[in-house]
Design a protein around this ligand. Structure first.
Ligand SMILES: Cc1ncc(COP(=O)(O)O)c(C=O)c1O
Length: 422
């Protein structure tokens, strides 16, 4: 019988993968809780929550039940001109739990589309006001997705290089909020052309798990708001408890105008995303003039099964048990950071909620092309964990069901990797 890997090699094109490097994909046949089972029967821990989205572990019974029940009742229906209870219920629940009082939910189906929607809302809102706002502010080293708008507001990198000339221009600000940054925000906003400032609050994910204080966001947002621009919190990665609290933007003093959520929304089971705002913004699109319509939508917008699973996941996420699990992981991570401090070969150990990261100090340059990342995969699989460093940044972002034993197994492997890599 031909292996999955051999068959895959003939017909599949994988994301972020240079087929020329000949690195074989891992053939996964099933998953339960923290564990992925491979074709050859090996079991490995999902240390990256399957790209940061699996919150409650794989095949959680409550989520399977919610999805199955909904499947039998209403699988999918167009969402333009149609509505259904799972979408309404989820919108009601999200408005109740997301900090800073959001009132409207626009559905889409992945993190990049949630960001595209936010960008388009900001630009079109200005147009309705008779303003020409087509400039954006963002943070250096940020990542917001791979579609064109989302790519434009993200850091320029090897990912974006072939398209850089086609991306609209963005003013990138540092995480430090220096005097020079403040001057740049002021001067960019003064012309009245800035539509919005977008940021990943507290932790920049793909940019290397860079952690920072929310105070700088308040300072930038204050200026942007003063000149009539909007503030967009991209919580695609940080949302639903990743950074400890339910949402990282809860740490901000200034309320963002728009928030983007995806990934953890269905606990990694089905594609779904939301872009949320307040009625103040929504009302600016209400008119008897069709040209003021927000002409954006996707086929699977507000898929009922995804919404039903998201509701069940939100119930789990807001329960005391989940908070306790996040606190337990957060506290283990902090002890692990202490352990990493001063270890040779390890730089900037850091933790925020359920995320722990450090830099692997090698002679090679950092970033995505650092070969530490390529060596890491086999090393960690050998040790029973799936980890996928971002260049020389090694991190662990487990599902909230990761046990103490599973954490210890992963920490030990990370320490051994850091010691072995030089
Ligand atoms: C902060 C942030 N925004 C947006 C995205 C894009 O999400 P998706 O991969 O679902 O398009 C990501 C994905 O990693 C992300 O981390």
């Amino acid at each position: 019988m031909t292996s999955l890997v051999a068959r895959d090699g003939h017909v599949v094109w994988h994301p972020y993968t240079q087929a020329g490097f000949g690195v074989e994909p891992l053939p996964v046949v099933s998953a339960r809780g923290s564990t992925l089972t491979l074709e050859d029967g090996r079991e490995i821990l999902d240390g990256i929550s399957s790209w940061w989205c699996c919150l409650h572990g794989h095949a959680h019974p409550a989520l399977v039940r919610a999805g199955t029940e909904q499947f039998k009742k209403l699988d999918h229906v167009i969402f333009a001109g149609v509505t259904h209870e799972p979408a309404i219920l989820l919108a009601e629940r999200l408005c109740a739990v997301v900090p800073h009082g959001f009132e409207r939910v626009f559905y889409s189906d992945n993190g990049s589309t949630a960001v595209e929607v936010a960008i388009k809302m900001a630009v079109q809102r200005a147009r309705h006001r008779g303003e020409r706002r087509i400039r954006f502010l963002a943070l250096e080293g940020g990542y917001h997705g791979d579609t064109f708008g989302a790519m434009a507001v993200g850091a320029r990198s090897i990912f974006s290089a072939p398209f850089d000339e086609m991306l609209f221009s963005v003013e990138f600000l540092s995480l430090e909020g220096t005097e020079r940054d403040m001057e740049r925000v002021e001067s960019a906003c003064r012309g009245g052309e800035v539509a919005a400032f977008i940021f990943e609050p507290l932790v920049q994910g793909a940019g290397g798990m860079r952690m920072y204080d929310a105070v700088v966001l308040d300072r930038y947002c204050e200026v942007v708001r003063r000149y009539g621009g909007l503030c967009i919190a991209d919580e695609v990665m940080t949302g639903f408890g990743r950074t400890g609290e339910l949402f990282a933007s809860g740490e901000m003093r200034i309320a963002p105008d728009i928030i983007c959520l995806s990934k953890g929304i269905t606990s990694g089971t089905l594609p779904l995303a939301v872009t949320m705002c307040r009625n103040e913004l929504f009302d600016e699109f209400i008119s008897d003039d069709h040209s003021r319509t927000f002409f954006h939508g996707h086929t699977y917008t507000a898929n009922p099964i995804a919404c039903a699973v998201a509701l069940a996941s939100l119930e789990l996420t807001t329960a005391d048990e989940c908070r306790a699990a996040r606190e337990r992981i957060g506290s283990s991570h902090r002890s692990f950071v202490d352990e990493l401090m001063g270890l040779k070969g390890v730089g900037s150990p850091r933790a925020q909620g359920t995320i722990v990261a450090c830099d692997i100090l090698t002679e090679e340059p950092g970033g995505y092309q650092n070969r530490a990342a390529q060596r890491a995969r086999d090393f960690f699989i050998e040790r029973g964990v799936l980890l996928r460093p971002l260049g020389n940044v090694l991190y662990l972002m487990p599902p909230y069901c990761f046990s103490e034993v599973e954490l210890k197994q992963t920490y030990d492997a990370m320490i051994d990797f850091a010691s072995a890599v030089r």
